[in-house]
Design a protein around this ligand. Sequence first.
Ligand SMILES: [Zn+2]
Length: 159
Amino acid sequence: MSETSIQPPPEAEGEETESGEDIKPTDILFDCPHCGHNLAIDYRGAGLQIVCVECQHTVLVPIPEGMKIDDLDLSAGELLTQLFQTRRMLLKSEQRVAELEETLVSVKARRTELEKSRITTLHRCAELVGVCQLITKYQGEIAAALTRMQNVIAEEQQR
Ligand SMILES: [Zn+2]
């Protein structure tokens, strides 16, 4: 298991942060939800999106329990940067929700279609079963009639 210290994205970086592999006690430590890689990020990256150094997936930095905005000790500019980033994320999430809702509607429509065609198929099967039953019924009568005809022919031949 390796631990890697990563920096907040450039737009979240108000001041120069310490670089290198050192993990500070204030760092937020978490596992990448995609690859499980141990990630460590400066506490000011809480709630931001970062790119996992291992799998390159975008991951959300967790906000530690009980962390308050005062703890961040950020300048107004840094706060604005984070606000914009949060808004961009919100917008992306909303777009994703809209996409998923659209998909849901089309999946539901497809399901209704399939259900309809299933019912049609069931009706057709019932019709075919009816026809088969009719054929079976007449088959018996036809066989009986043929037997009678053969008997008549045999009687005529013997006379
Ligand atoms: Zn990862």
